[in-house]
Design a protein around this ligand. Structure first.
Ligand SMILES: [Zn+2]
Length: 435
């Protein structure tokens, strides 16, 4: 690791831990992350960054810049929490399902990416090296809308390379493709009536939603295995004695590639139309997000993998090890093991296909993008689970965050100081886009 980056982390780690904990306590959900965004922007301004809020017209999206000239290295941070995933910093369930929580560890993600930006800028300034460091504050990842909207509005295009990471239960330099995902809100309009006195006059929008879901559940057998279709009700009527005239159901539809997903979406829309026909209602489908495939950058993956192997892993105290074991026991899930992974998954010729999705894929379509997964939870801990929130609030998660920040800062430094590396990364991007 560069000496200036190393000493920056030695002197500044407490501040990073602090902001990750402040964001943990705020636990603001998608598009509500006003305080969380401000915490990161203020943190970066204390290191000489200037911030512009309202990217793509989103009040909680921002860009913080420091330094000057070429190349321009971007660090992408998220900070949205999840509804209902509230949990304390304990290895047993203490959550309040009426409250939000960082069940995906985005408090660590945002703080770690900001720290990487601050560390890189400090090292460049100290060494009098040219290069611009940009931190993009990306809201609403959990609803897959932040970066998609930002890309559509022209964000990220000034970057030579974009870097990010995600807290996880293993370590990996990200030769992994996420699923392409569309999110569509189906709204049914019927007719209200007294549900006991004159039900024959009513046309139930809720019935339509239910029939649509039945139809989609039958469709499951006839789509490729990796396709995911899930839904929840947004509106489902107010009271049983009124035939619900309006109901909405939100669908997330996912597939490995855009063509397969287009086919699935078209079939789900037909199911919705069928449900409307059966119930005498009308339906409209509003696409909230249209996802992209992940473009992998092999050169960047190899470099990140090398850095992950060079930079020293966190050591865990006896207390932290005990926390992991107790947490694992209390999840009652056999897949959760008490220990923290210290191995780095090898990069092979094979691409790993993940079941989940991220709006980071939209960024990977327009600039070379590298991302790593870093251990912040015990092995096997599922995301969007109270155990994940618990770790995101403790030193266990913070250790992964600091390790990730060091890897990303050093990667940015190498891209700025080794022109041949940057050229190879860009060349790889153009090759991948041509495929
Ligand atoms: Zn996440």
């Amino acid at each position: 690791m560069d000496q200036d980056i190393r000493s920056w982390f030695a002197e500044n780690s407490e501040g990073i831990r602090e902001i990750s904990q402040k964001i943990f306590d705020k636990a603001e959900t998608a598009f509500e992350e006003r305080e969380s965004a401000k915490i990161i922007a203020e943190y970066l301004s204390s290191y000489g960054f200037t911030t512009e809020f309202g990217i793509a017209g989103l009040p909680t999206a921002f860009r913080s810049r420091a330094g000057q000239g070429q190349p321009v290295i971007g660090f992408l941070g998220e900070y949205d929490a999840l509804p209902g995933l509230n949990q304390g910093r304990d290895p047993y369930f203490t959550g309040d399902s009426a409250k939000n929580g960082h069940g995906c560890g985005h408090n660590l993600l945002g703080a770690g990416a900001a720290a990487a930006a601050a560390a890189l800028h400090s090292a460049l300034r100290r060494q009098g090296k040219e290069g611009t460091v940009v931190f993009y504050g990306c809201p609403a990842e959990e609803v897959f809308e932040g970066k998609n909207k930002m890309v559509a509005a022209g964000a990220f295009r000034e970057l030579d390379v974009a870097l990010s990471w995600h807290p996880f239960h293993l370590n990996f330099a990200g030769k992994a493709k996420y699923q392409v995902m569309d999110s569509i809100e189906f709204a049914f309009q019927g007719l209200s009536a007294h549900a006991a006195v004159e039900p024959h006059l009513g046309r139930s929008a809720l019935d339509a939603c239910e029939l649509m879901n039945v139809g989609v559940n039958y469709l499951r057998e006839h789509v490729p295995e990796e396709v995911r279709m899930h839904y929840c009700y947004l509106d489902a009527g107010e009271t049983p004695n009124i035939v619900p005239e309006y109901a909405r159901v939100l669908y997330y539809l996912r597939a490995r590639d855009r063509n397969t997903l287009d086919d699935v979406v078209a079939r789900v829309k037909k199911v919705a139309e069928g449900a409307a026909l059966m119930t005498g209602t009308t339906v409209t489908g509003k696409v909230l997000c249209r996802g992209s495939e992940t473009v992998l950058n092999e050169r960047l993956i190899r470099h990140l993998d090398g850095l992950m192997r060079q930079i020293e892993f966190p050591e865990y105290t006896e207390e932290e090890k005990k926390f992991g074991i107790t947490l694992a026991e209390n999840t009652n899930l056999s897949q959760v093991k008490g220990e923290f992974s210290r191995e780095i998954m090898p990069i092979t010729g094979e691409v790993i296909y993940l079941s989940g999705s991220t709006d980071l894929s939209a960024v990977s379509q327009i600039v070379p993008t590298g991302f790593i997964f870093v251990t912040c939870f015990p092995k096997g801990t599922p995301l969007h689970h109270w155990a994940c929130t618990a770790c995101a609030g403790t030193s266990v998660g913070q250790k992964g965050m600091l390790y990730a920040a060091k890897v990303l800062a050093q990667c940015g430094y190498d891209l700025i100081t080794r022109q041949s590396l940057l050229e190879e990364v860009k060349d790889d991007f153009y090759q991948a886009c041509r495929k």
